[in-house]
Design a protein around this ligand. Sequence first.
Ligand code: PRP
Length: 209
Amino acid sequence: MNKITIALPKGRLADKVLELIQKCGIDMPDVLDERKLIAYDKTGDYKFLFVKPVDVPTYVERGTADIGISGKDTILEEGKDIYELLDLKIGKCKLCIAGKSSKQLNNTHSLKIATKYPNITRKYFSSKQIIPDIIELKGSVELAPITDLSDVILDIVESGTTLKSNGLKVLEDVADISARLIANKVSFKTKYDIISPLLKSLESLTETL
Ligand code: PRP
C-alpha cells in the first residue's frame, strides 16, 4: 500500500523536479519510461503521477494526488482549493505583458491581448480598470502580436529568447513565477506525518537556492 501519491509535472520542469525528489532521499527507478504515467519509488511507499503541468492542481484538489509540484502561473490561473506549502525556487521565470512597443498598450478601450492565462489576464487588467478583449491561445502566443491577431500578450518569459527572436519586448512585469509544493487540504491533515518530513527536506534543500 503506497503511503502517499505525488503529482509531478511532465515537460520542462520534469528533470529539475526529479532531481529534487532524489535529493530528498527518495529512490526513484533508475530508468523512467517516459510514456509511463505512474511510477513508484524503490520502497513502494511513494506513488508518482506524471501529469500535464496545467493539470497538477486538479489532481491535488480532488485528492487523487496528496501533494504535487506546480508552477505558480498554473496555481494562479487555475485557482484551485489547495494549500501552497513551499516555494521550491526552481523553474524561475516571469509572467509579463509583451508586445512590439509600449504604444500598443495605449488603446485601453479595445485592447486585444493573446494569452494562455485568461483568468490572470482578466484579474491583472481589472485592477487597472481595463476590460481587455482576451484571445485565448494554447501555445506559441508570441505569434499573435506579430500577425496582428492581438495588440499584446500576457505570457511566461524565461530567457527572453522567444520574445527577442520575434521582435517583441517586455512591456510590464505581472508576477514572479517558480515551482511550488502544493497539497490537498484533507491529505495535509491526514498524512501530515509523511508530508511534514518531506516538506522539511525540501525546505532545507531550497534554502540554499
Ligand atoms: C513558453 C512561453 C514562451 C516561452 C518563453 O512556451 O509561453 O513562449 O516558453 O521562454 P523563453 O523566454 O526562454 O524564450 P513553451 O515553450 O512552454 O511552449 P508553448 O508556446 O507551446 O506553450
